[in-house]
Each structure stands twice: as structure tokens, then as C-alpha cells.
Design a protein around this ligand. Sequence first.
Ligand SMILES: Cc1cc2nc3c(=O)[nH]c(=O)nc-3n(C[C@H](O)[C@H](O)[C@H](O)COP(=O)(O)O)c2cc1C
Length: 209
Amino acid sequence: MAATNDIYEVMQTQRAVRRWTAEPVPDDVIERIIRAATWAPSGSNMQPWGFVVIRDAARRKLIADAIRESFTGFADRLPDPDTIEDPTQRRMIRGAMNLFANFAAAPVLIIPCLVAAQSPAPEGLLAGSSIYPSIQNLMLAARAEGLGTVLTTPQDGIMETLRSEIGIPSQAQPVAMIPMGWPDVNFGPVTRRPLSEFLHWERWGAHEA
Ligand SMILES: Cc1cc2nc3c(=O)[nH]c(=O)nc-3n(C[C@H](O)[C@H](O)[C@H](O)COP(=O)(O)O)c2cc1C
């Protein structure tokens, strides 16, 4: 799938990918991507992060099983995709449900963790603001390599498994779970609302006057 170093193309086509081929991802490519993640800014340059990379199929299955179990009941409360009119939303919900039913589908799983002792803020948005830029770097670098990712957040429901089976210590807080692999779907362009809804020159809402 098309690798590219054009940063704007990378950003515009870095869609949530939820289907992958089984082809393994070379370790040196994974390393390049994680290195790019570590180039991200953080408060006081504390770099309060750790990235667990899981390639082993048995470990990925163990995590997938834990996620499926933690989502029992939750999935029933999601809207039936067939009743959603907007095709983009419909595809997103269907894709998210399929992914949680088969979380081991991607050959690589990355778990970014916030390391509390190095975090410039103890918790909340401020703590998150020192790790999510690294996750965005990671996903953009993956897209540049031609790899598909999706940021997911089932980690809180399987914390015991992550601590006991993956050995993530209590001072490291998993903040996302990112499956990664060679996509079995096309990249972007992403669907977003018009810029005029989001851009406020000089004063909030001035464009509406
Ligand atoms: C904070 C955050 C949490 C997300 N959680 C999930 C998730 O749990 N499962 C999932 O399939 N996608 C998840 N996504 C992916 C979004 O659904 C996706 O990025 C969004 O619908 C836009 O689609 P696009 O990236 O393909 O343009 C998440 C994205 C973000 C930024």
C-alpha cells in the first residue's frame, strides 16, 4: 500500500484502518515508527512514555479474548449499524464492532503508556496532552510507511490482563491500544466537516456575524 513522505498527503489519508493482511511487519519498520513517536513534544520535555509492541500471536489472542469479554453487554448497547443513515457513521460503527470482536486481526499491537513519575501533570487532559502527540506521530509515521492503524481505547476494561500478562507496571498507565498492519483497505481521504465550522479568525464565532 502506497508509502509516501508527503506530510500533507499522510495527514489527509491517515484514516482509521480496521482490516489488515496477515503479512508481518519488519522490526526495523516498527522501530522507525516508535522512534518517530518519541520525537513528539511533551511538557518540559519529560518524555513520559513507554510503548509496548506485541507481535506474538498468542499474546495478541489473550488480549483480544479479554477485550471481547469486557465488551460483553456493551456491544448490545451500541446502535444497530443497519439503522444508521449516515454511511460514514454506519461504516465506522460496523468497523468498530467487528474490530472489538476480533482484536487480534492486526499482526502488531502497540500499547502507549503514560509513565506517571515522568509526567508533567498527574492526570486528566494535561497529562494526556504530553502523550497523545506521540501517538499521533506514531500513526502518521505508520501511514507514511504504508501501514494502517486505528486508535482504540478498550484498555481500562482489561487493565488486569495488561498488568499481569503483559507486565505493565502500576506507574505506567496504558492510554490507548493501536493495532497496526498492512491495510486490507484503501487509505483516505478522511471525511471531515468544512473548515469554516472550526476556524475562528481573531474572535470565536466572528465569521458568523
Ligand atoms: C480518542 C479516540 C478513541 C477512539 N476509539 C476507537 C475505538 O475504541 N474503536 C475504534 O474502532 N475506533 C476508535 N477510534 C477511531 C475513530 O472512530 C476514527 O478516528 C474516527 O471515526 C474518524 O475516522 P477516520 O480516522 O477514518 O477519519 C478512536 C479515535 C480516537 C481519536
